[in-house]
Design a binder for this molecule. Sequence first.
Ligand code: ATP
Ligand code: MG
Length: 218
Amino acid sequence: MKPIGIFGGTFDPIHFGHLRLAEEMAEALALASVRFIPAGTPPHRTRPRTDAHLRLEMVRRAIAGNPLFQLDRREVGQPRLSYTVETLTDLRAEVGAAQPLCLLLGADAFLGLTSWHRWQDLFTLAHIAVAHRPGFPQSTWKDAMPEALRAELERRMAHPHDLTGCAAGLVVTRPITALDISATHIRDTLRAGRSPRYLLPNAVLDYIQSNHLYLPEN
Ligand code: ATP
Ligand code: MG
C-alpha cells in the first residue's frame, strides 16, 4: 500500500525548501499523497508570531493545484498544544492499522526528535523520512545525535521501497535538492525591508504583502 506522507511545520511562512522536500519525498517514496499540517501552538519551539489561520492560508495557496498535496487543518484553532504524537494517533485511527504513514522531517527536526513529547511512540505510529538540509551535513549527524536516537536510527534504517510493506517503524534518509532557505531568513529579510522573492511562491508573497505580515521594524 502506498504510504501517506505527513508534513508538519510552523510554515511561518511556507517556502520552496518545504515544497521541494514534499515533492521529492513524494516521488522517491511513491507517496499516495502529502498532508501538510500547519502547527497551531507547537510545544517544542518558540510560539510562532503569525496567527495560525494566516499560516494555514499561506500553505493553502502554496500547494493549490498539486493533486498530491492536501491541507490538513486539524492542529490549527485548537485551544491546546498540538503534539505530533497525538496528531499521528488521530490519523492512524482514521486510516486504519494497515495503511503506511510516513512523517516527513528535515534533518534539523530529526536531530531534535528526542525532545518531542513521547518521541519513541512516533515509531509505532508512522515511518519517518528524513530529508537532508543545508547546515546539517549528514557526515556530522551521528555526532550531533543523542545516543538514544542514534540507536533507533541504526535499528530502523530502511530503503524507500520497504515503506510500503508495513504501516510504521522504519526510518529512511534522503538527499533532496539542497535549498538553503528558512522561514527565519525570509522573516528577517522582510523585516529589513528587503525582498524574499524567488525563495517562496509568488502567491504566498502576495498574501504576505496584502496582509502586511512580517513588516519592517520601525
Ligand atoms: P523556521 O526558520 O521558522 O524554523 P523553517 O524554514 O525551519 O522555519 P519549519 O516550519 O520550521 O520551517 O520546518 C518544517 C519542516 O520542514 C521541518 O521538518 C524542517 O526541517 C523542514 N525544512 C524547512 N526548510 C527546509 C529546507 N530548506 N530543506 C530541508 N528541510 C526543510
Ligand atoms: Mg524550523
